[in-house]
Design a protein around this ligand. Sequence first.
Ligand code: HEC
Length: 122
Amino acid sequence: MSKSLRRVVAVAVSAGLIGVLIGANCIPGASDQPLVGDAMRGAALFAEGDGIGPACQSCHCPDASGGCRLSAPNIQGRPYDLIDARTRDPDVAHPGGKFTFTDQDIADIAAFLAVLADESSP
Ligand code: HEC
């Protein structure tokens, strides 16, 4: 296990998300998602960003429920296209800035946010 992955596991455990993450592989991908996302990898990207820009969680909070900085909104369950536009399209405004993510990275973040949305629904 890589060092950064181990850190993510620690974060996930402390956030009470580990059971959800283990279940993530059973969740069917969103219909408009071109790649199969890996929620565990998405959790790492969400927690650490792309290593250049700020971490998503610093504004959107570790569970993506929003409100940790700059009134960033709840983004649990947000789909691939929206994440793609906000984090990569230079023509779309995003206070969190732009990131050097690959398509797979976006799919992984979408998978992680889908897991969080599932977790919060009653
Ligand atoms: C510096 C703070 C900050 C960081 C870091 C940040 N964001 Fe944001 N993000 C915001 C704010 C504030 C908004 C709301 C902007 C608006 O309403 O125009 C937003 C909006 C979004 C939206 C659109 C939500 C919606 O429903 O319209 C998505 C998706 C998103 N961010 C994803 C991310 C991801 C993924 C990352 C990490 C790669 C990230 N953000 C990092 C502040 C941040």
